[in-house]
Write a protein that binds this ligand. Sequence first.
Ligand SMILES: *[C@@H]1O[C@H](CO)[C@@H](O)[C@H](O)[C@H]1NC(C)=O
Ligand SMILES: *[C@@H]1O[C@H](CO)[C@@H](O)[C@H](O)[C@H]1NC(C)=O
Ligand SMILES: *[C@@H]1O[C@H](CO)[C@@H](O)[C@H](O)[C@H]1NC(C)=O
Length: 334
Amino acid sequence: MLVLPGLLVALLGWALALDPALEDGWRGWKSFHAKEYPEEDEGFRKETWAKNLRRIKQHNLEASQGKHSYHLEMNHFGDLTDEEFNQVLNGFIPDTAQQPGGMEFLFQELASPATPKEVDWRVKGYVTPVKDQGLCGSCWAFSATGALEGLVFNKTGKLVQLSEQNLMDCSWKLGNSGCHGGYITRAFQYVRDNGGINSEHVYPYLGQDDWHCRYNTRDKAANCTSFRLVKQGSEAALEQAVAAVGPVSVAVDARNFKFRFYRKGVFNDSHCSRTVNHAMLAVGYGTTQEDGKSKDYWILKNSWSEFWGEQGYIRLWKGDNHCGVANQASFPVL
Ligand SMILES: *[C@@H]1O[C@H](CO)[C@@H](O)[C@H](O)[C@H]1NC(C)=O
Ligand SMILES: *[C@@H]1O[C@H](CO)[C@@H](O)[C@H](O)[C@H]1NC(C)=O
Ligand SMILES: *[C@@H]1O[C@H](CO)[C@@H](O)[C@H](O)[C@H]1NC(C)=O
């Protein structure tokens, strides 16, 4: 009998790929997240997904042995490699002006802090539902609207979703780059210079770049007169800002795949650096008891949909400037 070597190799590969459980998982994941690929991409995407799944399972196995304080879960980012994910999603540009020097804008910790033990602005009505930036590096805009939304609620008693697309389309001149990243502080600056920002309702999110600014003065939904930088690296200052002001914009290092697939628990990853690249919103902080030890954490709102983390939020270890959470914090002044 004549066997063609190429065909044999192909058949072997096919048989190996045919792990029924894995195949079912892949099909279920694709259908749940409505993913479709051109035929030539399917193999690579499946391989990438399977690799991510292996790493997630490995971590959770270690977590069940007490080696980690948090769990991971497969989510809608499962078909992206680390490189792809970091290229697209982490669009925060650190503001180098936020070095010692610009003292007039600085929020510093007071000597005798009188902050509550726990703060959660969500239960006070300051926080809008978790949003989804999609495959666009616009985290900076979501962080900025989140901080503005909280302060607008404080001032008016009304919770209004504000427009990220407005910030993306209209702040190019200030150095922001839409889906390719931007500065939170320059988003506040835009609202101040422009004299307002529109609501999500009248200026909906597109998740892609548009050079055409469609801001409409008549539909102004919020104002901003200036902004404050929180003293760099000081979690004490950040805590006082969150307690006194409301939700505060922050940035973290989100490059590690463990951050991407975080599901629940207090995040504490030895690979997390203090070089920040992803903007989020600090909406509070608290303490939990685990294994007889008390653990402090920040509550951060993300813009990766409710499928990520604890219904869209992460609890991040507080006490070590973990992931650089206190390195680029700022908030607007209405
Ligand atoms: C707004 O903040 C002030 C001072 O921080 C507070 O006294 C007031 O109750 C807040 N308003 C609302 C609606 O939460
Ligand atoms: C914006 O500020 C102006 C002037 O301070 C004020 O009259 C107006 O009501 C504010 N608008 C909103 C939507 O907050
Ligand atoms: C975080 O992890 C480090 C190293 O794994 C450990 O030393 C530290 O105690 C952990 N902190 C908390 C609050 O779990």
